[in-house]
Design a protein around this ligand. Structure first.
Ligand code: HPA
Length: 269
C-alpha cells in the first residue's frame, strides 16, 4: 500500500500539491466551502493514479488544493461510501494520501439523523466520539510503517479542536451540540426500532460515513475534527418520511453556518 500511496503523492506533488496544512472531506453541507479556496488546482479523481473512481452518476469527485485564508488546504469534493459497493480500503485510500502529502489535521462533515430528543432539524453536532457499525477499515494485513496493528481510539476526535470550535460557535452565536455519531452501512434510512436501538446504545446521531476515514486517520496519528448536520429526526413521534432530497434540502439550509464554523476553525490553527 505504501508504494501505491507514494505513487499517488508523487503525481500530486508534480501537479503542485505541496505541503498542505489541513485536509477536508466535504460531506453534505460543506460543498460551498470550495468557493473560499483561492489559487486552486483541481484534479478529477479519475485522473489521479490509484484513486477510486466515483461510480454513482452526479457524484462529483475532485481533489482541490489551494489557499484557504493563510493556510494551504487540500479538499476532497466527493467521498466514497460503503453502500456504493467500495471496499473499505478504497474508501480510506484518499485519507492515507492526504496524510502522506503532509496534512496536520483532517476535517470532515456529514448529514445525519438526530437521535437525541433535544436535537432539531438544522442543528449542528460536533462529533465527540463514535460507534462504528461499518466493517473496520483496518481489517487485513497491517503495515507497521504506516501505523500500529491495534490503534488506540480513546480520543478519535481531537479535544483541542472541539474546544476551539465551541469557542468559535459561541462567538458567532451559532448553536452547536456535542454528541456521539453512529455509522451504519445504509443505504436504507432506519426503521423506528433501529433508531430506538441506536439511541439506547449511546448514539446522538446516525449516518452512513465518516468513521472509516476517522479510524484510518487515527491509525496514522492524524487529529480529526468532524461535524454532523442534523437533517431529519429518528426520535419517536418526530419521524417523518425521509428521502435523499429532503436530506440535501435540510443540509443546504445549514451550509452557511457550518462553513463559517469550519473556516474560522481552520484559520485559527
Ligand atoms: N439515517 C442514516 N443516515 C442519514 C440519516 C438518517 O436518518 N440522515 C442523513 N443521513
Amino acid at each position: 500500500m505504501l508504494e501505491k500511496i507514494k505513487e499517488t503523492i508523487d503525481f500530486l506533488k508534480s501537479r503542485g500539491f505541496n505541503s498542505p496544512d489541513a485536509g477536508i472531506i466535504l460531506g453534505t453541507g460543506l460543498g460551498g466551502l470550495t468557493e473560499k479556496i483561492t489559487n486552486s488546482i483541481e484534479i478529477d479523481y479519475r485522473d489521479i493514479p490509484n484513486f477510486p473512481v466515483p461510480t454513482v452518476k452526479g457524484h462529483e469527485g475532485k481533489l482541490i488544493y489551494g489557499d484557504f485564508g493563510k493556510k494551504k488546504i487540500v479538499a476532497m469534493k466527493g467521498r466514497f461510501h460503503y453502500y456504493e459497493g467500495y471496499r473499505s480500503e478504497q474508501i480510506t485510500f484518499p485519507v492515507r494520501v492526504l496524510k502522506y502529502l503532509g496534512i496536520k489535521c483532517l476535517f470532515l462533515s456529514n448529514a445525519a439523523g438526530g437521535l437525541n430528543p433535544d436535537f432539531e432539524i438544522g442543528d449542528i453536532m460536533i462529533i465527540t466520539d463514535h460507534i462504528n457499525l461499518l466493517p473496520n477499515p483496518l481489517i487485513g494485513q497491517n503495515d507497521d510503517r504506516i501505523g500500529p496493528r491495534f490503534p488506540d481510539m480513546g480520543e478519535a476526535y481531537d479535544s483541542y479542536l472541539i474546544n476551539k470550535a465551541l469557542m468559535i460557535a459561541q462567538n458567532h452565536g451559532i448553536k452547536v451540540h456535542r454528541g456521539v455519531y453512529l455509522a451504519t452501512t445504509g443505504p436504507t434510512f432506519e426503521t423506528p426500532a433501529e433508531y430506538r436501538h441506536f439511541r439506547i446504545i449511546g448514539a446522538d446521531a446516525v449516518g452512513m460515513s465518516t468513521t472509516p476515514e476517522v479510524i484510518t486517520a487515527r491509525h496514522m496519528g492524524l487529529p480529526c475534527f468532524a461535524v454532523s448536520i442534523i437533517t431529519d429526526l429518528g426520535v419517536e413521534g418526530k419521524i417523518k418520511y425521509t428521502t435523499h432530497e429532503t436530506v440535501i434540502q435540510e443540509a443546504a439550509k445549514t451550509e452557511e453556518r457550518m462553513t463559517r464554523l469550519m473556516t474560522d476553525l481552520i484559520a485559527s490553527l
